[in-house]
Design a protein around this ligand. Structure first.
Ligand SMILES: [Zn+2]
Length: 71
């Protein structure tokens, strides 16, 4: 089982204070860089591993172009 991403060294450098000073977009970008370090913040579908996705603006989710899963 792989380590949870929030326990990774990348996540630990992301302090709560720093996040709170960010705008929502900055915080989201920082979160993505921690969540998907291997692609430098490009979301990867947890279902099929595809990196092509739609950005749903209405809700803060991504929709996979491969399998249509929202994550
Ligand atoms: Zn997918």
């Amino acid at each position: 089982m792989s380590q949870h991403f929030l326990l990774s060294p990348a996540a630990k450098t992301l302090s709560l204070v720093k996040v709170m000073r960010m705008s929502e977009d900055e915080a989201r970008t920082a979160f993505r860089q921690v969540r998907w370090t291997e692609t430098e913040g490009e979301p990867i579908c947890p279902e099929c591993g595809c990196v092509d996705h739609y950005d749903l603006k209405t809700r803060q989710v991504y929709k996979c172009k491969g399998c249509s899963k929202q994550y």
